[in-house]
Ligand binder design. Structure first.
Ligand SMILES: Cc1cc2nc3c(=O)[nH]c(=O)nc-3n(C[C@H](O)[C@H](O)[C@H](O)COP(=O)(O)OP(=O)(O)OC[C@H]3O[C@@H](n4cnc5c(N)ncnc54)[C@H](O)[C@@H]3O)c2cc1C
Length: 133
């Protein structure tokens, strides 16, 4: 297990935090003269989150949602829903881990759909009739 594997287990590909934090965990293990405890420390700190990230990654990068790649749909929805954009921002910034991500998405789903629909309606009414196809 190394930080390169961890970065491939995240949706955003980030791995610098894991590389640096795992260095600290190794130093702590060595200072306590128990290098064998390193793997357990790493599993305890990142294991659950990154295992979930690794499970979500194929869905995120290799699946379709209503005829478009999930990545494309993600950007489209984030442009129309502030709630969804905030979720995405927190995920990229690191304050939202993979644990709890799906639950938060489900909790915000009704608002996300409402904001998306509202955005479409606003757009439709702000487009002059002559410009509509
Ligand atoms: C294009 C790109 C963009 C990225 N952007 C981000 C980002 O924005 N944010 C983020 O958090 N992460 C990002 N990452 C991921 C991040 O760079 C890695 O997750 C992180 O650097 C992994 O750290 P590491 O110390 O495990 O490995 P590395 O940084 O790969 O360090 C391993 C080092 O070991 C050396 N090495 C390998 N084999 C040997 C050997 N046999 N003998 C001696 N030396 C050896 C290598 O030369 C290398 O210097 C990005 C990665 C890439 C490729």
């Amino acid at each position: 297990m190394n930080a390169r594997w961890w970065s491939s287990a995240t949706l955003t590909g980030e791995g610098i935090y894991y590389a640096m934090r795992s260095g600290e965990l190794l130093a702590e293990s060595l200072l306590e003269t128990s290098p064998e405890s390193y793997a357990a420390r790493v599993r305890e700190e990142f294991g659950r989150d990154l295992t979930l990230g690794a499970r979500l990654a194929p869905f995120f990068y290799r699946s379709d949602f209503f005829g478009q790649a999930v990545t494309t749909r993600t950007i489209q929805i984030a442009r129309r829903s502030a709630t969804f954009a905030q979720l995405l921002e927190d995920l990229i910034e690191g304050s939202q881990g993979y644990v709890g991500l799906v639950a938060r998405f489900c909790r915000g789903l009704a608002v996300t759909l409402a904001e998306t629909a509202q955005s479409f309606i606003r757009e439709a009414f702000s487009t002059p009739l002559s410009a509509r196809t």
